[in-house]
Design a protein around this ligand. Structure first.
Ligand SMILES: Cc1cc2nc3c(=O)[nH]c(=O)nc-3n(C[C@H](O)[C@H](O)[C@H](O)COP(=O)(O)O)c2cc1C
Length: 434
């Protein structure tokens, strides 16, 4: 593929079923910012970070997860929309969306609930579909309490309310986080959802919470407002949400008038979203789909997923590093939009070069505690778990640098970043004003 062909594929506008047109095929994928204030409101740090990313022109930017429950956060620094928003909360959200749109980009708010992946400094007894704790070494996560039927119904209303607030405050769309082991994904997986009421059991019952939430959001925001879903291709865990399940759920989401489905994978127990080794042996029965070299580790699921979708557009995130690899995913794997996360932490201006089709390679450093048994493939589960979690916090430290107007630092010390982030998280959890 020539540079001109690559650029022309990546620069093509994308019309969504609801009637919105995204200016190009690059999306900044959701990354938790962790910079809300002690009342979980958006801050000037959000403004600063999104200005830095917007400048180089990704057509779509997805916010980090905004939560709908003060007691079930992915991080104490998450923005929360729960209950009626006061003038200050609304103004802070408006400043955030306005900064992100200064260059004609679209910004969608990712809405989430952490469920059993809420860390115990925030809440030692979070809510989840069933009372099944994460199988992760250490004491970071408590045993969850199963949601009651009434609480589930209330949460559906909260997702709809949060989407309405997003629209009211200038966000151009919303994305429900139904991947990576967060609450929707916990409902979808038979490993974390063993309910015997209408919210658990067969796939249709496990998907009910997600589909009812989509329906409630659509009725609040109207037909012309984009709704996206981040969905696992699979959990890559034995007995978990499979690719067969994922294709069926995608079909239902398509029928429910969802505009965009972003394919990802994994959970905290098995962090395939960043292609990291999990605590348990990987379960990947889909090797036959890797028939050719692709940058994206989820790209192999594109052609089959595409066949199930009549209206919804398809996005892929995970491992994409060159303009040519991105154009290839669009031209040959049935994707419409390319998600970029870690590369934009280190190269916040990369989108402009990619849109020109420049042959840049956004190669990522190998992050690890040490070599040998201290490496990412260590035989020790705790080391693998810390390496996975530590890599995410290393990138988050880069986002914090952006929020302070500083350049990213490729040489940032891994262990130092991990320890700093742990201390910050505990400090922030202590002063949460809920
Ligand atoms: C620091 C960091 C924070 C993340 N936060 C979120 C998040 O809030 N919501 C989400 O859906 N994914 C989140 N992710 C996952 C990314 O969106 C993406 O799926 C993953 O990093 C793979 O894409 P990449 O190879 O381009 O980095 C996060 C990833 C990183 C590195």
């Amino acid at each position: 593929m020539t540079t001109a062909q690559t650029a022309s594929i990546l620069n093509a506008p994308l019309l969504l079923p609801c009637g919105t047109t995204l200016p190009n095929r690059l999306a900044k994928a959701a990354m938790t910012e962790m910079v809300a204030d002690s009342r979980n409101r958006a801050t000037d740090a959000h403004v600063q970070i999104y200005r830095a990313w917007a400048r180089s022109g990704p057509g779509l930017m997805l916010t980090g997860n905004v939560q709908v429950d003060y007691h079930n956060l992915e991080h104490p620094g998450n923005v929360v929309i729960q209950g009626k928003q006061d003038a200050e909360q609304l103004a802070a959200l408006r400043r955030w969306s306005a900064a992100a749109k200064e260059h004609g980009n679209h910004i969608w708010m990712q809405i989430a609930h952490a469920g059993r992946q809420t860390n115990r400094f925030v809440n030692p007894t979070p809510k989840a579909p069933s009372a099944i704790p994460l199988a992760i070494p250490g004491v970071r996560f408590g045993t969850p309490v199963a949601l009651t039927h009434d609480e589930i119904v209330e949460l559906i209303g909260r997702f709809a309310d949060a989407a309405a607030v997003a629209r009211e405050t200038g966000f151009d769309g919303v994305q429900l986080h139904a991947a990576h082991g967060y609450l929707f994904s916990q409902f979808l997986s038979p490993r974390s959802n063993i309910r015997d009421d209408e919210w658990g059991g067969d796939l249709a019952s496990r998907a009910r919470f997600l589909l009812e939430s989509v329906k409630a959001i659509r009725s609040k925001v109207g037909a012309d407002f984009p709704i996206g879903i981040k969905l696992n291709s699979a959990d890559f865990q034995r007995g978990g949400f499979s690719f067969e399940d994922s294709q069926i759920v995608a079909t239902w989401l398509d029928e429910a008038c969802v505009d965009l489905i972003e394919i990802s994978g994994g959970t905290y127990e098995q962090p395939s979203m960043t292609n990291a080794a999990g605590g348990e042996p990987g379960h990947d029965p889909y090797a036959s789909k890797a028939s050719r070299d692709r940058e994206s580790y989820f790209g192999r699921f594109g052609p089959e997923m595409r066949r199930h979708l009549k209206r919804a557009r398809l996005m892929v995130t995970g491992g994409l590093r060159t303009a040519r690899g991105m154009a290839d995913a669009i031209a040959n794997d049935g994707f419409d939009l390319i998600g970029l996360a870690r590369p934009l932490c280190l190269e916040p201006d990369a989108s402009a070069a990619l849109l020109r089709g420049d042959p840049i390679d956004l190669v990522q450093p190998t992050l690890r505690i040490g070599s040998g048994w201290l490496g990412p493939k260590s035989p020790i589960k705790l080391i693998r778990t810390i390496t996975g979690a530590g890599s995410a916090t290393w990138y988050n430290e880069q986002i914090l640098r952006l929020s302070a107007g500083r350049r990213p630092d490729r040489n940032l010390n891994f262990a130092g970043a991990f320890i700093r982030s742990q201390l910050r998280e505990r400090r922030m959890a202590k002063v949460l004003d809920t």
